[in-house]
Design a protein around this ligand. Structure first.
Ligand SMILES: Cc1cc2nc3c(=O)[nH]c(=O)nc-3n(C[C@H](O)[C@H](O)[C@H](O)COP(=O)(O)OP(=O)(O)OC[C@H]3O[C@@H](n4cnc5c(N)ncnc54)[C@H](O)[C@@H]3O)c2cc1C
Length: 288
């Protein structure tokens, strides 16, 4: 299908983009990598009269360490996450997840900010951001606010972003030294979204878990945080019984919908399996 006619703008600064957004409001859409927006425009699920392309705004790209935080420009593409020395050293979970997103074509164009802003429960970054305790810098003409990932995702394609706001930066607290990590993702083939996936960050003292963060992709209307499973793990020895109980607790919060990737029962079973794998791998990666 062909999108409706639209006016195209290519501002070179955030202020110019915000001015355009302020003028056109909900009649406008921001264009990042276009890998989610353009298919929606072609299907006419999105029909903006004004398209504001963020690709010429250099200040929206880059990955840097700022104190105990990693700061990533919203227009940083997946491929840059994959090869970042800062992320390899301080946030390997994000590197692992970026490598599991689709294929090189999508990873060269698709951006971290676009993946988050789209609010698609099938996207991988929402669960990764929840797992990492990230927060998002949202700018408008009238100022800026910093919103935690926990609470930003409101429903299918719905986020806390207002029509006059741009997500400019993603802030991630650097995980403590020695933290184990894993993103376990089941997909039918390269280029497909997750059937089920689980992200885990874990800290341990010997074989005892001191802290854990567990989140799930594509198993509900938004990325899910397995609070009960995390709580259960704290202070517990990580044996087979504990791993199974964590998987059960993760499965209990899943509300997937049946589609070509499988039935509700299958997806919930795979949520358990991805949780088990992510937990075991993350524990094996803990450095004492
Ligand atoms: C074949 C295929 C397979 C894919 N598989 C996966 C996968 O396995 N996992 C995964 O996570 N993703 C997957 N994707 C989605 C891909 O990662 C997209 O790139 C991503 O969802 C959107 O990022 P984008 O930069 O392309 O944003 P766009 O498509 O340009 O924008 C998406 C939405 O976000 C808004 N937006 C963009 N940037 C901002 C901003 N800075 N501030 C406010 N709003 C903004 C846009 O207005 C639009 O509404 C796949 C895509 C394709 C085509």
């Amino acid at each position: 299908m062909i999108p409706r006619e639209f006016e195209y703008y290519a501002p070179t600064s955030v202020d110019d983009a915000l001015a355009l957004l302020g003028t056109y409001g909900s009649e406008a859409k921001l264009l990042a990598g276009g890998h989610s927006l353009l298919p929606m425009m072609k299907l006419r699920f999105a029909d903006p009269a004004h398209l504001i392309d963020l690709n010429r705004i250099d200040s929206l790209r880059g990955i840097r360490l700022s104190g105990n935080e990693i700061r990533i420009g919203a227009m940083t593409c997946e491929n840059d996450l994959l090869w970042s020395p800062v992320l390899k050293e301080h946030c390997p979970l994000l590197v692992e997840a970026a490598g599991l997103i689709s294929d090189p074509q999508v990873r060269y164009r698709g951006t971290l900010g676009g993946d988050i802003s789209h609010g698609d429960p099938g996207n991988d970054h929402p669960a990764i951001m929840l797992c990492l305790g990230a927060s998002f810098v949202l700018k408008s003409k009238t100022g800026e606010r910093v919103v935690p990932a926990d609470g930003f995702f409101l429903g299918v394609y719905a986020t806390a972003l207002e029509p006059d706001e741009i997500l400019t930066e993603i802030r991630i607290p650097v995980p403590a030294t020695g933290t184990g990590w894993c993103y376990a993702k089941l997909k039918r083939k390269t280029g497909d979204f997750a059937t089920a996936a689980a992200a885990v960050l874990i800290r341990m003292s010997g074989n005892t878990v001191t802290d854990a963060s567990i989140t799930l992709t594509n198993l509900g209307p938004i990325a899910l945080k397995a609070h009960d499973a995390e709580q259960f793990l704290r202070g517990r020895t990580l044996d087979d019984e504990a791993v199974d109980e964590v998987a059960r607790k993760a499965m209990a919060i899943c509300e997937p919908v049946e589609d070509l990737r499988g039935s509700v029962e299958y997806k919930i079973a795979m949520a358990g399996e991805m949780t088990r794998r992510a937990l075991r791998t993350a524990a094996a990666r803990v450095r004492h």
